[in-house]
Write a protein that binds this ligand. Structure first.
Ligand code: C2E
Ligand code: MG
Ligand code: MG
Length: 647
């Protein structure tokens, strides 16, 4: 029974009760004041002034003060604590007012005037009407505060009806029973309403919590628990909408893909979690450190930011990722590079996505040219983007069959300097752009499917040239990741080789080491297809990226091309020759040939020979030359004419 009067323990229900009641209070007090004034008026002169003027005056004054208090509350959103106090005080005041009104109406009943004439309403009848109306009004308007409604009903109705019945009259008895029945029914309705209201509020609160949880989930990265891309962009958009400056740092982990490949995704996820923790610990409180996907993180910094500060922060973020991540099942050595972009609405008002792209471009540049460092997006990058855009347009619109030519660079046997193969290298000369270096146009072509078309053109042209070469000279062709990841492209390349007059065993495909980390599965299936038709497979630029012996073990290449950077340092740094020696031994252990790239001096050649390299390529033996030059050289060699350095 007491529980009916207790405050609700669920905050949402308490708040909803108080808010709903708040809106009804003025009507309630207005009705009560009108009822009280009317009853006082009809009894004026019949009952003493103390009862018809002073008592109702005092009661109305209390109601008026409460009305003013509630008027103040109308304008504010109640807190849970306020709601609790309000409901508690409302119940107490309702109880006090109920006692006062009961006493007052009983007094009115006592002083009731003489029986009226026929057809006239008695003052007693008015008192009963007053009590009935007041209680019904309280039940209807206090419905949201069940305790108060019940208290008013329980205080007034039983006592008043008992008093009425004690009068002994038949009519009074019937009226009292009538009043009891009606108020009893109303109380029942009140109980049902209170229960339904509570259910509705609880359901609404559940719904709200669910939607809040969904919002949190939709804005959180599931692996690291950090904000995700959507949240970072939302923060960036809101800052941009207010025309406020901001800075953004995009970070990409170096060597993460290898960890994923080597130890599996569960270990990869743990590495991401630890990396995220280290980054988040360093960013300022007002910044948002998010995982953008894969191994990319970003830090959004609202407000005016100084370039030097962002560079310092980026360097700290990169440095914090350097110490090995020690996990129970692995030790992960990762690094990171960073790209920075600063938005200043007074200078540039580009879209948020543009700023993100700028930071991403600076990152891409840093990864390519200064791995492990931070680069700030600058006018230089802007020019590069514009230039790359022009190159991409030109690549798409040009007749590449006519504009692409192939240069051939000789590769010699280390033991006697005899040419054993040529590497086909693409050259592009465009009417508007002139001669574009391969390092530039290949990189642009590799960002889209253009590279697939380009590879097919180079392969067809190189095969056409190699058809006339002696059968002991093979051909090396460079492939990109997109050539290997597309089964259609793999089949097209196979068909080009089948249709040529060059035996597949004379053709080798070179795959850069960095491509291996992208999708090892796709690379393996493509290489299996090539091997099945008798082609040779070479790993290009070995040692330039994150070398992973597991790749070598899985792919079983026929040739490993040692990156030029090691050959360059031969004779200068002792470590370079140890590395070359180790790679050569590795090659021989797995039954592959070791080919050193970029030999420019006789000293380098002598050292490479001494270290056991099988084949050598480099300017010392010849720069890339045209097909005609290759043909005339091979012709001269066949006829015993002497050629310096080469045989
Ligand atoms: P790569 O496959 O490693 O080719 C060797 C590059 O090193 C060539 O540069 C070659 O000219 C250069 N090189 C060879 N010997 C020396 C030397 O002694 N010293 C120096 N400094 N450089 C030397 P190139 O022709 O500029 O090609 C650059 C890269 O562009 C190639 O590196 C290859 O990754 C890519 N590439 C060229 N043609 C193609 C192609 O048809 N398809 C694909 N996917 N990539 C290509
Ligand atoms: Mg190559
Ligand atoms: Mg190479």
């Amino acid at each position: 029974m007491l529980s009916l009067f207790r405050l609700h323990e669920i905050d949402d229900v308490l708040l909803a009760q108080a808010e709903a009641f708040k809106a009804r209070v003025p009507i309630l007090y207005a009705i009560l004041i009108i009822n009280t004034v009317t009853l006082a008026y009809t009894h004026h002169g019949i009952a003493p002034d103390a009862i018809t003027i002073f008592a109702p005056g005092a009661i109305i004054a209390v109601m008026f003060v409460r009305l003013l208090h509630w008027n103040k509350l109308q304008k504010i959103q109640l807190s849970v604590a306020q709601a609790r106090t309000t409901i508690r005080s409302t119940t107490v005041i309702a109880g006090v007012l109920a006692v006062l009104l009961l006493c007052w109406s009983l007094a009115m009943l006592h002083y009731g005037g003489p029986p009226p004439g026929a057809g006239q309403m008695s003052t007693k009848g008015h008192v009963v009407l007053y009590v009935g109306l007041t209680v019904i009004c309280c039940i209807c308007l206090l419905m949201h505060v069940r305790a108060a409604a019940l208290l008013v009903t329980a205080t007034i109705v039983p006592a008043f009806c008992t008093y009425l019945m004690m009068g002994g009259g038949k009519i009074e008895l019937v009226v009292a029973i009538n009043l009891l029945l009606v108020i009893g029914a109303m109380t029942y309705v009140l109980m049902i309403f209170a229960r339904d209201f509570e259910h509705a509020i609880k359901a609404k609160a559940r719904q709200r919590r669910l939607s809040e949880r969904n919002t949190v989930l939709a804005n959180t990265d599931a692996v690291t628990g950090l904000p995700n891309r959507r949240r970072l962009f939302a923060e960036m958009e809101s800052c941009a909408e207010k025309n406020q400056p901001f800075g953004i740092i995009v970070l990409d982990l170096d060597g993460f893909k290898q960890i994923n490949d080597l130890h599996g995704h569960p270990v990869g996820d743990k590495v991401l979690v630890e990396a995220g923790k280290r980054l988040a610990a360093l960013v300022p409180a007002d910044a948002c450190c998010a995982r953008m996907g894969g191994d990319e993180f970003a830090v959004f910094l609202p407000g005016r930011r100084n370039t030097a500060d962002l560079v310092t922060l980026s360097c700290e973020l990169i440095a914090t990722l350097r110490p090995p991540i020690v996990l129970p099942d692995a030790v992960a050595n990762i690094g990171a590079s960073a790209g920075i972009s600063i938005n200043n609405p007074s200078i540039n008002d580009g879209r948020c996505s543009d700023h993100y792209k700028q930071a991403d471009y600076a990152l891409f540049h840093a990864k390519k040219h200064s791995r492990g460092r931070a680069e700030v997006f600058s006018p230089f990058h802007e020019r590069s983007i514009r230039m790359e855009g022009r190159i991409e347009q030109a690549l798409r619109q040009s007749n590449l069959e006519d504009e692409i030519s192939v240069a051939f660079q000789p590769i010699v046997r280390a033991s006697d300097g005899r040419i054993v193969s040529y590497e086909a290298l693409a050259r592009w000369s465009n009417a508007d752009l002139g001669s574009v270096p391969p390092s530039t146009f290949i990189a642009v072509a590799e960002r889209s499917d253009i590279i697939q078309r380009l590879t097919r053109i180079v392969l067809s042209k190189a095969l056409a040239a190699a058809r006339d070469w002696p059968s002991d000279i093979s051909l090396k062709i460079n492939l990109s990741m997109r050539d290997l990841s597309s089964p259609e492209q793999v089949l097209r390349l196979v068909s080009i080789i089948r249709q040529s007059d060059v035996e597949p065993k004379r053709v080798a495909f070179e795959i850069t080491e960095s491509a291996l980390s992208d999708d090892l599965g796709a690379v393996r299936s493509a290489l299996n297809v090539f091997r099945a038709m008798g082609l040779t497979v070479a790993i290009d630029d070995f040692g330039s990226g994150y070398s992973n012996l597991r790749y070598i073990h899985r792919l079983q290449p026929d040739i490993i091309k040692i990156d030029r950077s090691f050959v360059e340092r031969l004779g200068e740094e002792a470590s370079a020759s140890s590395i070359v020696k180790t790679i050569v031994e590795l090659c021989h252990n797995i039954g592959a040939r070791a080919l050193a790239e970029g030999a420019e001096t006789p000293e380098q050649v002598a050292l490479l020979q001494g270290l056991g390299c099988d084949e050598i390529q480099g300017y010392f033996f010849g720069r890339p030359v045209t097909q005609d030059e290759v043909t005339s050289f091979l012709h001269a060699r066949q006829h015993g004419e002497l050629v310096p350095a080469l045989a």
